[in-house]
Write a protein that binds this ligand. Structure first.
Ligand SMILES: C[S@@+](CC[C@H](N)C(=O)[O-])C[C@H]1O[C@@H](n2cnc3c(N)ncnc32)[C@H](O)[C@@H]1O
Length: 373
């Protein structure tokens, strides 16, 4: 086992979470693989970043928020996505929407508002009890149409959406020293969390030629999640929006340090071992991995494009007419290349839909990049 220098002491709030993680490390022989550390840091009941009472989403750090997401930024995000969802509902002959990781409920409110009677039931699945309460307050006006479930039923039909949910799923960290692969995990130095690596027989499952020193993530949980959806979805489509790239770009030498990132008070940093439970931990999405997992499990990959292309294809420019100045400025951020327009992507998956949907999904008519996956 290799311990790395640069020990980070966990300070501040969240001592109960840190105690819980220390116990978990001790029970696991003094070392936790990073994905298990990340799962606890984000989702330990009542204590993790997404399960504690912190504000999380918002425009400004002064409000106690940490980051902003597309539906929080502009209601036109949901209004545009609704047009794609409406087409997919018609193509699959269903009237149900399923949302994973609904955050504050902003996207659900936008979709329910725009889709009206074409949706009979809107089901939210979220790992966070505290966010579920927030969502319930936000969506009270929609009455029984909105509901929450703890786990997916064995069979479901409808249209699935998830904004920035794949990036919030725990990742494994792997490092190559030129000859051997190591799995990076977390150990203790006194009470402090420290990086610690163990040789692993499981290198990243792709043929990238990694240079010595490369650190990267693998996304077993996100890929298993997609495979489960494919197995259970009888008829319908799924749209996931997130930051990330096709694998060739993901593994580009530019990203030798990987993509793991933390967000707190609208600042980004790369150290998840400090202020545990008080900041978000994410990794960019490997969209090739998602597409392969989807395809292997029975989904058709219907489209993959940038957020800007997708929203423009869905008619966001038309929706902008008549918007007030603030909405207009915020919507531009969703589209601009140096803001969210290029880094964020949309992937569309379908199963049991009208065959034409595969060629005519409205969000992908221009600028489809499925061939890059
Ligand atoms: C970055 S937030 C995005 C929230 C919201 N979609 C938005 O765009 O504002 C991630 C959300 O995903 C949820 N989440 C993470 N993993 C999940 C999973 N496996 N199933 C359901 N929800 C999950 C978190 O609790 C949180 O609500």
């Amino acid at each position: 086992m290799q311990h790395s220098a640069g020990v980070s002491v966990s300070t501040g709030a969240g001592p109960a979470l840190q105690r819980l993680i220390r116990q978990s490390i001790a029970r696991n022989g003094g070392w936790l693989p990073f994905d298990r550390f990340m799962a606890l840091a984000l989702y330990a009941p009542g204590l993790g970043y997404y399960t504690n009472a912190g504000r999380k989403f918002g425009m400004l750090p002064q409000t106690g928020s940490d980051f902003i997401t597309a539906p929080e930024l502009s209601p036109l995000f949901g209004a545009a996505l609704a047009r794609q969802v409406a087409q997919a509902l018609a193509a699959s002959g269903t009237n149900e929407v399923w949302e994973f990781g609904a955050g504050s409920g902003a996207l659900a409110a936008q979709l329910l508002g725009a889709l009206g009677d074409s949706v009979e039931r809107y089901t939210i699945v979220d790992l966070s009890g505290v966010l579920r309460e927030r969502q319930q307050q936000r969506l009270a006006a929609f009455g029984l149409k909105a509901r929450w479930v703890d786990e997916l039923p064995a069979e479901l039909s409808g249209v699935i959406v998830g904004n920035e949910v794949l990036d919030a799923m725990p990742v494994q960290l792997l490092r190559f020293d030129g000859t051997q692969w190591y799995e990076r995990g977390v150990a203790l130095d006194g009470d402090a969390f420290v990086w610690s690596e163990r040789p692993t027989p499981r290198p990243p499952p792709d043929d990238t030629d990694f240079p010595p020193g490369a650190l990267t993530e693998t996304h077993a949980q996100a890929e298993a999640f997609i495979a489960t959806l494919a197995e259970r979805l009888q008829r319908g489509a799924a749209f996931f929006i997130d930051y990330g790239f096709p694998r060739a770009e993901y593994r580009h030498p530019q990203r030798l340090e990987g993509t793991l990132m933390c967000h707190r008070a609208h600042q980004a940093d790369t150290n998840p071992l400090v202020d545990v439970g008080q900041k978000d931990i994410t990794a960019h999405v490997d969209f090739t991995g998602i597409a392969l997992a989807a395809q292997d499990a029975g989904f058709d990959v219907v489209g993959y494009t940038t957020q800007a292309h997708f929203l423009i294809n869905c008619g966001i420019v038309e929706l902008l007419k008549g918007a007030d100045v603030a909405t207009s400025a915020n919507t531009q951020k969703l589209l601009m290349e140096h803001e969210m327009g290029e880094l964020f992507k949309v992937i569309a998956l379908a199963k049991g839909c009208d065959e034409r949907f595969g060629h005519e999904a409205i969000g992908f008519v221009h600028g489809d990049r499925t061939h890059t996956l």
